[in-house]
Design a protein around this ligand. Structure first.
Ligand code: SAH
Length: 474
Protein backbone atom coordinates (compact mmCIF):
# COMPACT_ATOMS: atom_id res chain seq x y z
CA UNK A 1 0.00 0.00 0.00
CA UNK A 2 1.56 3.29 -0.99
CA UNK A 3 1.97 6.05 1.55
CA UNK A 4 0.47 8.45 -0.93
CA UNK A 5 -2.85 6.63 -0.61
CA UNK A 6 -3.22 8.20 2.79
CA UNK A 7 -3.24 11.62 1.30
CA UNK A 8 -5.91 10.40 -1.13
CA UNK A 9 -8.25 10.69 1.80
CA UNK A 10 -8.24 14.43 1.47
CA UNK A 11 -10.85 14.42 -1.21
CA UNK A 12 -9.58 17.64 -2.74
CA UNK A 13 -8.16 15.87 -5.76
CA UNK A 14 -4.97 17.92 -5.47
CA UNK A 15 -1.74 16.13 -5.92
CA UNK A 16 -0.25 16.71 -2.51
CA UNK A 17 3.34 15.87 -2.01
CA UNK A 18 2.71 15.86 1.71
CA UNK A 19 2.58 12.51 3.31
CA UNK A 20 3.12 11.12 6.73
CA UNK A 21 6.80 10.68 6.77
CA UNK A 22 8.24 7.31 7.63
CA UNK A 23 11.53 8.20 9.25
CA UNK A 24 14.46 6.41 7.70
CA UNK A 25 14.39 2.80 8.63
CA UNK A 26 16.83 1.96 11.41
CA UNK A 27 19.05 -1.04 10.76
CA UNK A 28 17.91 -4.31 12.24
CA UNK A 29 14.25 -3.57 11.93
CA UNK A 30 12.05 -6.52 10.99
CA UNK A 31 9.93 -6.49 7.85
CA UNK A 32 6.76 -4.52 8.58
CA UNK A 33 3.40 -6.20 8.82
CA UNK A 34 0.20 -4.45 7.81
CA UNK A 35 -2.80 -4.36 10.11
CA UNK A 36 -6.22 -2.78 10.17
CA UNK A 37 -6.81 -0.96 13.44
CA UNK A 38 -9.30 1.36 15.08
CA UNK A 39 -8.16 4.29 17.17
CA UNK A 40 -9.59 4.49 20.68
CA UNK A 41 -8.03 7.71 21.98
CA UNK A 42 -5.07 10.06 21.96
CA UNK A 43 -1.86 10.10 23.95
CA UNK A 44 -0.66 13.32 25.61
CA UNK A 45 1.52 13.80 22.53
CA UNK A 46 -1.56 13.70 20.29
CA UNK A 47 -0.82 10.25 18.85
CA UNK A 48 -3.61 7.77 18.14
CA UNK A 49 -3.93 4.80 20.51
CA UNK A 50 -4.74 1.42 18.95
CA UNK A 51 -4.78 -2.19 20.14
CA UNK A 52 -2.88 -4.77 18.13
CA UNK A 53 -2.37 -8.36 19.20
CA UNK A 54 -3.20 -7.43 22.76
CA UNK A 55 -0.68 -4.59 22.78
CA UNK A 56 -1.28 -0.87 22.99
CA UNK A 57 0.40 0.95 20.11
CA UNK A 58 0.72 4.62 19.24
CA UNK A 59 0.17 5.85 15.70
CA UNK A 60 1.05 9.35 14.66
CA UNK A 61 -1.68 11.41 12.99
CA UNK A 62 -4.46 8.91 13.67
CA UNK A 63 -7.62 10.23 15.34
CA UNK A 64 -10.10 8.62 17.72
CA UNK A 65 -12.82 6.65 15.95
CA UNK A 66 -10.78 6.27 12.78
CA UNK A 67 -10.14 2.91 11.17
CA UNK A 68 -6.89 2.71 9.28
CA UNK A 69 -4.30 0.47 7.79
CA UNK A 70 -0.97 0.79 9.51
CA UNK A 71 2.46 -0.75 9.06
CA UNK A 72 4.02 -2.23 12.17
CA UNK A 73 7.67 -3.09 12.46
CA UNK A 74 9.69 -4.22 15.42
CA UNK A 75 13.25 -3.53 16.34
CA UNK A 76 14.17 -5.33 19.49
CA UNK A 77 11.53 -4.27 21.98
CA UNK A 78 10.68 -1.12 20.11
CA UNK A 79 7.58 -1.19 17.93
CA UNK A 80 7.38 1.36 15.14
CA UNK A 81 4.08 2.19 13.48
CA UNK A 82 3.28 4.11 10.35
CA UNK A 83 -0.08 5.28 9.12
CA UNK A 84 -0.65 3.96 5.60
CA UNK A 85 -4.27 4.53 4.68
CA UNK A 86 -7.28 5.85 6.49
CA UNK A 87 -10.28 3.63 5.87
CA UNK A 88 -12.80 5.58 7.91
CA UNK A 89 -11.82 9.20 8.63
CA UNK A 90 -12.95 11.15 11.67
CA UNK A 91 -15.08 14.27 11.42
CA UNK A 92 -12.32 15.97 13.38
CA UNK A 93 -9.85 15.47 10.55
CA UNK A 94 -8.87 18.32 8.25
CA UNK A 95 -6.24 18.76 5.59
CA UNK A 96 -3.31 20.40 7.39
CA UNK A 97 -2.76 23.85 5.89
CA UNK A 98 1.02 23.51 6.10
CA UNK A 99 2.71 21.59 3.30
CA UNK A 100 5.55 20.51 5.59
CA UNK A 101 3.33 19.31 8.40
CA UNK A 102 3.94 15.58 8.08
CA UNK A 103 7.70 16.03 8.01
CA UNK A 104 8.29 18.88 10.42
CA UNK A 105 8.66 18.54 14.18
CA UNK A 106 7.10 21.87 15.10
CA UNK A 107 3.34 21.15 15.07
CA UNK A 108 1.52 17.99 16.08
CA UNK A 109 -2.18 18.84 15.75
CA UNK A 110 -2.66 20.47 12.36
CA UNK A 111 -4.64 17.48 11.09
CA UNK A 112 -7.35 18.29 13.66
CA UNK A 113 -10.08 20.92 13.49
CA UNK A 114 -9.77 23.78 15.97
CA UNK A 115 -12.63 22.32 17.98
CA UNK A 116 -10.91 18.93 18.16
CA UNK A 117 -7.65 20.57 19.29
CA UNK A 118 -9.56 22.42 21.99
CA UNK A 119 -11.25 19.22 23.14
CA UNK A 120 -7.93 17.39 23.15
CA UNK A 121 -6.20 20.04 25.26
CA UNK A 122 -9.12 20.40 27.63
CA UNK A 123 -9.17 16.66 28.10
CA UNK A 124 -5.41 16.50 28.71
CA UNK A 125 -5.63 19.15 31.43
CA UNK A 126 -8.85 17.72 32.90
CA UNK A 127 -7.20 14.33 33.37
CA UNK A 128 -3.96 15.75 34.76
CA UNK A 129 -5.76 18.02 37.20
CA UNK A 130 -8.19 15.37 38.44
CA UNK A 131 -6.51 15.13 41.86
CA UNK A 132 -7.27 18.82 42.44
CA UNK A 133 -10.35 20.19 40.73
CA UNK A 134 -12.05 20.52 37.38
CA UNK A 135 -10.27 23.14 35.26
CA UNK A 136 -12.16 26.01 33.61
CA UNK A 137 -12.83 25.81 29.86
CA UNK A 138 -9.58 26.49 28.01
CA UNK A 139 -9.13 30.02 26.61
CA UNK A 140 -8.78 29.49 22.89
CA UNK A 141 -7.27 31.69 20.20
CA UNK A 142 -9.56 33.12 17.55
CA UNK A 143 -7.01 33.11 14.73
CA UNK A 144 -4.68 30.28 15.66
CA UNK A 145 -1.95 30.84 13.05
CA UNK A 146 0.94 33.31 12.58
CA UNK A 147 0.89 33.94 16.32
CA UNK A 148 4.52 33.45 17.23
CA UNK A 149 6.58 36.58 17.81
CA UNK A 150 9.80 34.57 17.87
CA UNK A 151 11.15 32.19 15.26
CA UNK A 152 14.24 30.09 14.77
CA UNK A 153 15.50 29.06 11.40
CA UNK A 154 18.33 26.59 11.12
CA UNK A 155 20.69 26.60 8.17
CA UNK A 156 22.46 23.70 6.55
CA UNK A 157 23.42 22.16 3.27
CA UNK A 158 21.46 19.69 1.16
CA UNK A 159 22.97 16.79 -0.80
CA UNK A 160 23.60 19.06 -3.78
CA UNK A 161 25.60 21.31 -1.46
CA UNK A 162 23.03 24.04 -1.74
CA UNK A 163 22.33 26.17 1.32
CA UNK A 164 18.96 25.45 2.88
CA UNK A 165 17.08 26.97 5.81
CA UNK A 166 14.15 25.62 7.76
CA UNK A 167 13.03 23.73 10.82
CA UNK A 168 14.12 20.34 12.13
CA UNK A 169 12.24 17.22 11.07
CA UNK A 170 10.35 15.27 13.68
CA UNK A 171 12.61 13.50 16.19
CA UNK A 172 15.71 14.48 14.30
CA UNK A 173 18.24 17.16 13.48
CA UNK A 174 17.62 16.88 9.77
CA UNK A 175 16.61 20.26 8.35
CA UNK A 176 13.39 20.45 6.36
CA UNK A 177 13.92 23.27 3.87
CA UNK A 178 10.98 25.65 4.16
CA UNK A 179 10.11 29.19 3.20
CA UNK A 180 7.12 29.58 5.42
CA UNK A 181 6.06 28.25 8.80
CA UNK A 182 2.38 29.05 9.31
CA UNK A 183 2.67 29.71 13.03
CA UNK A 184 5.57 32.15 12.59
CA UNK A 185 5.19 35.82 11.89
CA UNK A 186 5.25 36.04 8.06
CA UNK A 187 7.74 38.92 8.12
CA UNK A 188 10.17 36.82 10.15
CA UNK A 189 10.10 34.06 7.54
CA UNK A 190 10.61 36.60 4.77
CA UNK A 191 13.73 37.87 6.50
CA UNK A 192 15.05 34.34 7.10
CA UNK A 193 14.52 33.66 3.38
CA UNK A 194 16.54 36.76 2.48
CA UNK A 195 19.34 35.67 4.80
CA UNK A 196 19.47 32.31 3.02
CA UNK A 197 19.73 34.13 -0.34
CA UNK A 198 22.48 36.40 0.94
CA UNK A 199 24.36 33.38 2.30
CA UNK A 200 24.21 31.81 -1.13
CA UNK A 201 26.00 34.81 -2.60
CA UNK A 202 28.77 34.84 0.02
CA UNK A 203 31.48 32.42 1.00
CA UNK A 204 29.90 31.94 4.42
CA UNK A 205 28.93 28.35 5.05
CA UNK A 206 26.19 27.13 7.30
CA UNK A 207 27.43 25.35 10.39
CA UNK A 208 27.57 21.57 10.23
CA UNK A 209 26.64 19.99 13.57
CA UNK A 210 28.43 16.74 12.76
CA UNK A 211 31.77 18.12 11.62
CA UNK A 212 31.74 21.36 13.61
CA UNK A 213 32.72 23.25 10.46
CA UNK A 214 30.96 26.26 8.99
CA UNK A 215 29.71 29.58 10.31
CA UNK A 216 25.99 30.33 10.56
CA UNK A 217 24.02 28.05 12.90
CA UNK A 218 20.63 29.68 13.30
CA UNK A 219 18.76 32.88 12.82
CA UNK A 220 16.54 33.98 15.66
CA UNK A 221 13.99 36.65 14.85
CA UNK A 222 11.91 38.46 17.45
CA UNK A 223 9.06 40.70 16.42
CA UNK A 224 7.39 43.24 18.68
CA UNK A 225 3.84 42.65 17.53
CA UNK A 226 2.59 46.00 18.83
CA UNK A 227 5.68 48.12 18.18
CA UNK A 228 6.53 46.59 14.81
CA UNK A 229 10.18 46.43 15.89
CA UNK A 230 12.20 43.51 14.58
CA UNK A 231 15.35 41.98 16.05
CA UNK A 232 17.44 39.62 13.98
CA UNK A 233 20.02 37.51 15.78
CA UNK A 234 22.59 35.75 13.63
CA UNK A 235 23.82 32.85 15.71
CA UNK A 236 27.24 31.86 14.46
CA UNK A 237 29.90 29.40 15.51
CA UNK A 238 32.59 32.09 15.41
CA UNK A 239 33.11 35.60 16.71
CA UNK A 240 34.83 36.54 13.45
CA UNK A 241 32.25 37.49 10.83
CA UNK A 242 33.93 37.42 7.42
CA UNK A 243 32.34 39.87 4.97
CA UNK A 244 30.27 41.39 7.74
CA UNK A 245 29.80 44.79 6.13
CA UNK A 246 28.46 43.46 2.87
CA UNK A 247 26.21 41.03 4.67
CA UNK A 248 24.72 43.73 6.89
CA UNK A 249 24.36 46.14 3.99
CA UNK A 250 22.50 43.58 1.85
CA UNK A 251 20.19 42.61 4.70
CA UNK A 252 19.35 46.20 5.62
CA UNK A 253 18.71 47.08 2.02
CA UNK A 254 16.25 44.21 1.60
CA UNK A 255 14.62 44.77 5.00
CA UNK A 256 14.80 48.36 6.26
CA UNK A 257 12.15 47.29 8.81
CA UNK A 258 14.79 45.44 10.85
CA UNK A 259 15.36 47.67 13.87
CA UNK A 260 18.30 45.84 15.40
CA UNK A 261 20.82 43.22 14.31
CA UNK A 262 22.81 41.08 16.73
CA UNK A 263 25.66 38.64 16.16
CA UNK A 264 25.52 35.92 18.80
CA UNK A 265 28.41 33.49 19.17
CA UNK A 266 27.63 29.90 20.03
CA UNK A 267 30.73 27.71 19.80
CA UNK A 268 29.32 24.93 21.91
CA UNK A 269 28.18 21.52 20.78
CA UNK A 270 24.71 22.02 22.15
CA UNK A 271 21.07 22.11 21.20
CA UNK A 272 20.77 25.49 22.93
CA UNK A 273 20.24 28.10 20.27
CA UNK A 274 22.08 31.05 21.81
CA UNK A 275 25.63 31.33 23.09
CA UNK A 276 26.85 33.76 25.76
CA UNK A 277 28.68 36.38 23.70
CA UNK A 278 26.96 38.85 21.50
CA UNK A 279 27.78 41.91 19.44
CA UNK A 280 25.17 44.41 18.35
CA UNK A 281 25.72 45.39 14.69
CA UNK A 282 23.11 48.14 14.70
CA UNK A 283 20.13 49.33 16.69
CA UNK A 284 19.66 49.01 20.46
CA UNK A 285 20.09 45.22 20.67
CA UNK A 286 16.56 45.00 22.08
CA UNK A 287 12.97 45.34 20.88
CA UNK A 288 9.95 46.60 22.75
CA UNK A 289 6.43 45.24 22.96
CA UNK A 290 3.29 46.18 24.84
CA UNK A 291 1.42 43.86 27.19
CA UNK A 292 -1.22 44.71 29.76
CA UNK A 293 -0.88 48.38 28.78
CA UNK A 294 2.84 48.46 29.65
CA UNK A 295 5.88 48.62 27.45
CA UNK A 296 8.58 45.99 27.76
CA UNK A 297 12.14 45.96 26.50
CA UNK A 298 13.30 42.50 25.45
CA UNK A 299 16.90 41.41 24.80
CA UNK A 300 18.00 38.58 22.53
CA UNK A 301 18.58 36.20 25.43
CA UNK A 302 15.60 37.16 27.59
CA UNK A 303 12.54 35.00 27.70
CA UNK A 304 9.34 36.60 26.50
CA UNK A 305 6.01 34.83 25.93
CA UNK A 306 5.76 33.80 22.26
CA UNK A 307 2.03 34.36 21.76
CA UNK A 308 1.20 37.91 22.84
CA UNK A 309 -2.52 37.65 21.99
CA UNK A 310 -2.99 34.73 24.37
CA UNK A 311 -0.55 36.15 26.91
CA UNK A 312 -2.96 39.05 27.49
CA UNK A 313 -5.66 36.52 28.40
CA UNK A 314 -3.27 34.53 30.59
CA UNK A 315 -2.04 37.56 32.49
CA UNK A 316 -5.58 38.93 32.93
CA UNK A 317 -6.53 35.65 34.53
CA UNK A 318 -3.39 35.56 36.68
CA UNK A 319 -4.15 39.09 37.95
CA UNK A 320 -7.74 38.16 38.67
CA UNK A 321 -6.51 35.17 40.68
CA UNK A 322 -3.98 37.33 42.56
CA UNK A 323 -6.90 39.54 43.64
CA UNK A 324 -4.66 42.43 44.67
CA UNK A 325 -5.98 45.36 46.69
CA UNK A 326 -2.92 47.62 46.78
CA UNK A 327 -1.64 46.47 50.18
CA UNK A 328 0.16 43.28 49.24
CA UNK A 329 3.78 42.26 48.98
CA UNK A 330 3.99 40.19 45.80
CA UNK A 331 6.77 37.89 44.70
CA UNK A 332 7.19 37.41 40.95
CA UNK A 333 9.34 34.30 40.73
CA UNK A 334 10.91 33.23 37.43
CA UNK A 335 10.01 36.74 36.31
CA UNK A 336 11.71 37.00 32.90
CA UNK A 337 11.66 40.66 31.80
CA UNK A 338 9.32 41.46 34.69
CA UNK A 339 6.01 41.32 32.83
CA UNK A 340 3.82 39.73 35.50
CA UNK A 341 5.43 41.63 38.39
CA UNK A 342 5.22 45.02 36.72
CA UNK A 343 1.58 44.54 35.78
CA UNK A 344 0.92 43.43 39.37
CA UNK A 345 2.86 46.39 40.82
CA UNK A 346 0.07 48.78 39.81
CA UNK A 347 -2.24 47.03 42.26
CA UNK A 348 0.21 46.03 45.00
CA UNK A 349 2.27 47.70 47.72
CA UNK A 350 5.51 46.08 46.68
CA UNK A 351 6.81 43.59 44.13
CA UNK A 352 9.96 41.48 44.41
CA UNK A 353 11.05 39.73 41.22
CA UNK A 354 13.65 36.99 40.88
CA UNK A 355 15.09 35.56 37.69
CA UNK A 356 18.15 33.49 36.79
CA UNK A 357 18.97 35.06 33.44
CA UNK A 358 21.13 38.18 33.82
CA UNK A 359 19.92 39.88 30.66
CA UNK A 360 16.28 39.33 31.58
CA UNK A 361 16.84 40.88 35.02
CA UNK A 362 18.54 43.87 33.41
CA UNK A 363 15.52 44.19 31.11
CA UNK A 364 13.12 43.91 34.06
CA UNK A 365 14.91 46.75 35.89
CA UNK A 366 14.79 48.90 32.75
CA UNK A 367 11.15 48.00 32.27
CA UNK A 368 10.28 49.17 35.77
CA UNK A 369 11.89 52.56 35.03
CA UNK A 370 10.39 52.80 31.58
CA UNK A 371 6.89 52.33 32.98
CA UNK A 372 7.41 54.57 36.00
CA UNK A 373 7.01 51.66 38.43
CA UNK A 374 8.73 52.53 41.70
CA UNK A 375 7.54 49.70 43.93
CA UNK A 376 9.23 46.79 42.16
CA UNK A 377 12.72 45.34 42.73
CA UNK A 378 14.30 42.66 40.61
CA UNK A 379 17.06 40.29 41.65
CA UNK A 380 19.24 37.91 39.71
CA UNK A 381 19.51 34.40 41.08
CA UNK A 382 18.03 30.97 41.41
CA UNK A 383 14.43 31.34 42.53
CA UNK A 384 14.78 28.41 44.97
CA UNK A 385 17.88 29.82 46.69
CA UNK A 386 16.35 33.29 46.78
CA UNK A 387 13.21 32.01 48.47
CA UNK A 388 15.16 29.93 50.98
CA UNK A 389 17.06 33.09 51.97
CA UNK A 390 13.86 35.09 52.24
CA UNK A 391 12.31 32.42 54.44
CA UNK A 392 15.43 32.29 56.64
CA UNK A 393 15.25 36.03 57.17
CA UNK A 394 11.65 35.50 58.26
CA UNK A 395 10.29 37.72 55.53
CA UNK A 396 6.67 37.55 54.53
CA UNK A 397 4.79 37.74 51.25
CA UNK A 398 1.07 37.96 50.65
CA UNK A 399 0.97 36.68 47.10
CA UNK A 400 3.50 34.54 45.23
CA UNK A 401 3.20 34.56 41.46
CA UNK A 402 5.39 31.94 39.87
CA UNK A 403 6.03 30.97 36.27
CA UNK A 404 8.82 28.38 36.14
CA UNK A 405 10.30 26.80 33.00
CA UNK A 406 9.09 23.43 31.66
CA UNK A 407 10.82 21.39 34.33
CA UNK A 408 8.72 23.12 36.97
CA UNK A 409 9.83 24.41 40.35
CA UNK A 410 11.84 22.58 43.00
CA UNK A 411 11.54 21.62 46.61
CA UNK A 412 13.84 24.40 47.82
CA UNK A 413 11.47 26.91 46.26
CA UNK A 414 8.22 25.24 47.26
CA UNK A 415 9.23 24.50 50.85
CA UNK A 416 10.27 28.14 51.28
CA UNK A 417 6.99 29.34 49.81
CA UNK A 418 5.23 27.28 52.43
CA UNK A 419 7.39 28.96 55.12
CA UNK A 420 6.61 32.43 53.78
CA UNK A 421 2.92 31.59 54.12
CA UNK A 422 1.46 33.72 51.33
CA UNK A 423 -2.31 33.90 51.30
CA UNK A 424 -2.36 33.10 47.59
CA UNK A 425 -0.11 31.45 45.07
CA UNK A 426 -0.70 32.01 41.38
CA UNK A 427 1.16 29.31 39.51
CA UNK A 428 1.56 29.83 35.74
CA UNK A 429 2.99 26.86 33.89
CA UNK A 430 3.85 25.91 30.33
CA UNK A 431 3.99 22.26 31.38
CA UNK A 432 0.97 21.06 33.36
CA UNK A 433 2.70 17.74 34.09
CA UNK A 434 5.38 19.29 36.28
CA UNK A 435 2.77 21.72 37.58
CA UNK A 436 0.72 18.78 38.86
CA UNK A 437 3.77 17.51 40.78
CA UNK A 438 4.28 20.94 42.36
CA UNK A 439 0.57 21.40 43.10
CA UNK A 440 0.61 18.07 44.92
CA UNK A 441 3.40 19.37 47.15
CA UNK A 442 1.54 22.60 47.86
CA UNK A 443 -1.75 20.81 48.53
CA UNK A 444 0.03 18.55 51.03
CA UNK A 445 1.51 21.59 52.73
CA UNK A 446 -1.47 23.73 53.49
CA UNK A 447 -2.73 25.01 50.16
CA UNK A 448 -5.87 24.31 48.21
CA UNK A 449 -6.23 24.65 44.43
CA UNK A 450 -9.25 26.88 44.01
CA UNK A 451 -9.17 27.53 40.30
CA UNK A 452 -7.34 26.10 37.31
CA UNK A 453 -7.35 27.91 33.99
CA UNK A 454 -5.86 26.35 30.85
CA UNK A 455 -4.91 28.72 28.03
CA UNK A 456 -4.12 27.73 24.46
CA UNK A 457 -0.85 29.60 23.98
CA UNK A 458 0.51 27.24 21.34
CA UNK A 459 -2.21 26.33 18.82
CA UNK A 460 -1.36 23.50 16.39
CA UNK A 461 1.04 22.01 18.93
CA UNK A 462 0.34 19.69 21.86
CA UNK A 463 1.57 22.25 24.37
CA UNK A 464 -0.82 23.87 26.79
CA UNK A 465 -0.38 26.61 29.36
CA UNK A 466 -2.12 26.45 32.69
CA UNK A 467 -2.66 28.97 35.46
CA UNK A 468 -3.62 27.72 38.93
CA UNK A 469 -4.74 29.61 42.02
CA UNK A 470 -3.80 28.12 45.37
CA UNK A 471 -5.21 29.56 48.56
CA UNK A 472 -3.83 28.89 52.04
CA UNK A 473 -6.02 26.67 54.19
CA UNK A 474 -7.42 28.60 57.15
N1 SAH B 1 7.21 35.19 33.93
C1 SAH B 1 7.92 35.46 32.72
C2 SAH B 1 8.95 34.38 32.34
C3 SAH B 1 8.50 32.96 32.42
S1 SAH B 1 9.54 31.79 31.63
C4 SAH B 1 6.97 35.73 31.59
O1 SAH B 1 5.78 35.47 31.69
O2 SAH B 1 7.43 36.23 30.56
C5 SAH B 1 10.51 31.17 32.91
C6 SAH B 1 11.65 32.03 33.34
O3 SAH B 1 12.32 31.36 34.42
C7 SAH B 1 12.71 32.29 32.28
O4 SAH B 1 12.90 33.67 32.18
C8 SAH B 1 13.97 31.60 32.84
O5 SAH B 1 15.16 32.32 32.55
C9 SAH B 1 13.71 31.62 34.32
N2 SAH B 1 14.38 30.59 35.12
C10 SAH B 1 14.71 29.34 34.79
N3 SAH B 1 15.24 28.68 35.83
C11 SAH B 1 15.25 29.54 36.88
C12 SAH B 1 15.67 29.45 38.24
N4 SAH B 1 16.20 28.34 38.72
N5 SAH B 1 15.51 30.53 39.02
C13 SAH B 1 14.98 31.68 38.54
N6 SAH B 1 14.57 31.83 37.27
C14 SAH B 1 14.70 30.77 36.44
Amino acid sequence: MSKRKYKGDNQSGKNHHRKPRGRTKPKGRQKPVTAEVTCSGLTKEGKGIVQWEGKKLEVEHLLPGETAEIAISKKGRHVHTELKRIIKPSEDRIEPPCVYYYECGGCQLQHMTNQAQTRFKQNTVDILMQPFRKPNPILTMEHPYAYRNKSHTTFGMNRDRQIIGGLYARNSHEIIPMDRCLIHDPKADEIAGTIKEILRTTKLQPYNEDTGHGFLRHVLIKVGKTSGEIMVVLVAASSVFPGKNNFVKALRKAHPEITTLVHNVNKKDTSMVLGDDEKVFFGPGTITDTLGGMEFVISAKSFYQVNPVQTEKLYDKAMEMADLTGKETVIDAYCGVGTIGLIAAKQAAKVIGVELNNDAVRDAIRNAKRNGVKNARFYQGDAGTFMVEMAERGEKADVVMMDPPRKGSDEAFLSSVVKLQPERIVYVSCNPETQVRDLEYLEKNGYNAEEIQPVDMFPQTVHVECCALLVRDQ
